[in-house]
Each structure stands twice: as C-alpha cells, then as structure tokens.
Design a protein around this ligand. Sequence first.
Ligand SMILES: Cc1ncc(COP(=O)(O)O)c(C=O)c1O
Length: 414
Amino acid sequence: MTITTDAITSLDAAHVLQTYRRAPLVFVRGEGVWLHDAEGRAYLDLLSGIGVASLGHAHPRLAAAIAEQAGTLVHTSNLYHHPLQAPLAARLAELSGLERAFICNSGTEANEACLKFARRYWHAQGAPRKGFVALEHAFHGRTFGSLSVTWDEHYRAPFEPLVPGVTWVSPDDPAALGAAVGADTAAVILEPIQGEGGVRPIPAAFAEAVREACRTTGALLIADEVQCGLGRTGRPFHSRALGLEPDLMAVGKALGGGVPVGAALVSARVAKAVAFGDHGTTYGGNLLACRAALVFLEELVDGGLLERVRAAGDHLGRGLDDLRHRFPFIVEVRGAGLMRGVVLDRDAAPVVEAGLARGVLVNRTAGSVVRLLPPLTITPQEMDLGLERLAGALADAFEQETAHGIGRDTCTRN
Ligand SMILES: Cc1ncc(COP(=O)(O)O)c(C=O)c1O
C-alpha cells in the first residue's frame, strides 16, 4: 500500500476504534527532534510523543541496541530469568533509593501496581487499609485503579463504579490534606508536577503537609513520576525536589525511549509484604524493553544527559518568559526543566493547529495550556528554532486568525 495521508487517515477512520481525535498527519520517519510526514514535511517535535521519545527519534545507540536485541532474544516470559531485568531493577534502585522494581509495560500499569502493593502492605500488617487520597487535577492512567485516582470527570463518569475509597484534595489546600489522611488511608498518590492536569507543580506547603500526614498516620506515599520523572526536570525524580520520600514510585514514558516499559519502584519495607503470585505480567520486563531502558539510563546518568537537561531547561524557561512578555494572552508559564506549560487566558487549541502549519509540535492540556515536553537531547539551537516557531504559532493563532486554513479540532490527548 502506498503511504499517503489520505490513504492512512481513511483506513483509520474505517477500522481504528475512534478513541483519539488525531491531527491529520502521518509520520513516517524521525531523526533527533525532527519528525517527517508522508507528504515530505518536517516538524520540530517539542512534545516527543508526550514525553516518551526521551532520546529523540531514531537515536543511533538506542536503535542499534534494539536491533541487536531483536536479533538475539526478545521475550522469554517471567517464568525464567534473563540477563537484563535484574540489572535494570538494580539501576533503578540505585537511582531512586527504592530497593525493588516491578517492571511492567506502561504508566498506568505502574500506578496500578503501586496501588495494589499499598493495599497489600496494609493487608500484610494484619490491619487492612482501603482508602486512597488523590489530588484534584490528577491524571494517573486509564485502567480501573489508575482511573479511580484520576480527577477528570470526563474520563471517569462513563466507567463508574470505579475503585471505592478515594478522597479528593485540592493541591492548594494543605489543611484539607491533613484532614483527609487518616487511619484508613492506605496511601496518598500524587504527581510531583501534574502533567495532564495542566503542568501544575505541587506547592511546597502542600508537599510539607503530605510529609507530615504520612508521618503521623503511617499512610504510604506513591509518587507518580511517569511524566515528570527520569530526568524530565533535570533530576532523576522530581519528588526529591519537593523533599518527599515516597514509599512507592511509578515510572514509564521516558524509560524505554519509545519502547513500552514502565516500573513500580518499591521500598524495602513495602517489598517485604509482597509475596510470590501477588502480581504479574506476561510481557513486563522482557529483554527488548529492559535493553532499551538500560540504554536510556546509561545515557541519562553516565552520558551526562541529566546535566544537559538542567541547562536546556533553564534555556527553555528563559525563552518562554520572553514569550510571556510578548503575548499578553499568556498568563503564566509553569513547570520545571523540560516540562513546561504555557497557560493562556483562552483555549489553547488554535496554537497547536498554528504550530502544525509552522512545523512545530506542541499539545494542549487542561483546555488553556500549551504543553512542551521536548526530547531530553534537544540542543540550544533546536530549542531556539522551536521557540521561534512557537512564537509564530502564538501570533498566527490569535493575531492573524485567518492566515492558515487548518482545521481547528486537532488537539491531541493521550
Ligand atoms: C503522570 C502520569 N501517570 C500515568 C500516565 C499513564 O501512562 P500510560 O499512558 O503509559 O499508561 C500518564 C500518561 O500521560 C501520566 O502523565
């Protein structure tokens, strides 16, 4: 079949379950921060597949490692050992300070595992606790457990009843957290920077209240680092920036550089409560996924990527502050490192569409926020070009609204 945009979008419309309102673009090739579509156009990717293509597209070392692994051994199941899963778990333990890892395939599975292990911990203590405290604007995934602690009513309502026992607290209300966490709270779950909810960093006072509530009640803390962790903000894990010491952490997205892999990282204390047969996965932690994750972690830690993200994040922050001064409809720039949200006083969808016309990829989240999650490998020159194109898109979207004939409804969600 010839790959044309029309052919693929028609086939998609006929046969793919329509859970995504996709932009009418068919990407066929990538290189670094660049994506190329079927019509031969190039786009500077400031979204990296929603924080996944952490090393950029077609990273030579990652590509070679995946190819070599595919030609050696891809999958054996978790009934046996293989040479890559234990080294990956050890590497994650070293980075996080959490002793053990359960390797899975996605962010939602990582959270699902954390929620189960939290309940399992209390069950093993002989004093079961059922409750979870979750935050307004939280997003933890689409499976039933993760969805139960996800805030957006649109995602939840059609699938109720969900897991019971969830109490919601506003991250702007530390006192409410203190009141919500009690003797039946198995765990508090939070994203140190809320991603889908609009790139909202957890305020320091709230983090302090979380620490205090967990200390006084014994409730466990689950940090969902799926979007903000693993170098995205220039730190291995953003919860550390808030002074939090989670008992469990969920990671995903960046970990495989595009190969699906996630992990639930578990403290020694919680790990002791988990027994053979308590949880499992067929694919999770297979050789291909572990190989990719090991390459990513080597690049991040040994290859100096963490330091480069810190510099790149400062550069991006300055560039976005500049845009805030140029465009009065930008009310705030939020986030840290290479995870940023440009908050508008209006719907951000036209910026995403204008960006496509300008050859730059960003997305809209929480209605009015333009989200940027560029590859961690982005260079200062690429960043400047991206910011220039974003400035063009902001101008096109609201100052010359008729300049481009692109459809309006192309906002993407994961
Ligand atoms: C913070 C957070 N947790 C969990 C998830 C779910 O991850 P996945 O889509 O890999 O299941 C996401 C996805 O956007 C996320 O941002």
